[in-house]
Write a protein that binds this ligand. Sequence first.
Ligand code: SF4
Length: 363
Amino acid sequence: MTQRPLPGAGLLLTVTGRCPLHCAHCSTSATMASGEPDAARLRSFVGTFTPAAHPSVLMMTGGEPLLRPELVTELAATARAAGTRTALLTGAFFAGRADRPGHPGQVAAVPERIWRAVTAVDHFSVSVDAYHERETGRAPVFALVRRVLDAGVAASFHLVGSGADDPYLADVTADIRRTFGSRVPMLVNSLRRVGRAASWAAADTASPDPERALPCSMAAWPVVAADGTVVACCNQAVVDRRPAPAHLTLGHIGTDDWESISARAVRSPVLRMIRTVGPAHLRHRYGAADEAAPRPGYCDGCRALAERPEVLAAATAAGAGPVGALLDRYAARGQAEAGAVALVRRHGCAPYADLVALHGAAR
Ligand code: SF4
């Protein structure tokens, strides 16, 4: 998390868009009919990591990445050979069933091919929330995490609740602390109105103050989407909708290697400015005045920059060259030095931000 604001320090990779679970809040609306990147192209793209040019962190996600366990194992080994540390985010569909809950001390029986993938990565993260619990239950997932820790792999929980006051979050975070002490960090987010939650979750109507610089740290790590397109951020609409806005598109795993993708992410003048002052400030500063129009949300306004050529042209001029590079580095360094807790306070569920900094030792 401390590297999250650093441009090109990490890569988020969709191993598959498919998932066997049916969580009501799924941000990607994943089903077993969803698309997935070609395995050979994924191997080949990760194979372009070299000791001289590689992301520090590769986060494999989905859908459910452990539907392709052999591929996860292989990608983890390839990435590690180049010097990249690997992490995996799963819904743990294999851990158990909510209607057959087991008990917290029970060691999960994990299929061997999946276990090889779980222990091939440096960090194992599992999603736990009220919606996942209806599918997998809590006790089987806790048993799985206990086994992962015993195998020497660091682990963390990704939690989602309706907001800071959600009693579910208070309950599950206390349960995790009781069960694991400070061994397992937690990344706590608030539910967003995307994917399957688009029709029922509360809308985020917050509109940022455009006078203020509000940098977007999420534009720092490239994201490989299920169709192999590489986009500049993890906003789900950018990852899922096609065509992706040109200013947020970095390339495709079928035609580009890591070095060219990371160079585009680092050198794009528009991305530099999004990371430095944020999209709302860019619109306010460089956009043609349109007092009558409602002010868009943070990410909505960023995606809609595709229709504001005057803003993109000004951002390109401001973010190009050594001055743009310096501004970008300065903003990234400031956010990295502020640390993971400050980052989660801004982008996650603020009252639970401290939990991301729990010690997290594997044993
Ligand atoms: S849409 Fe723009 S503001 Fe939102 S996460 Fe992506 S780059 Fe950042």
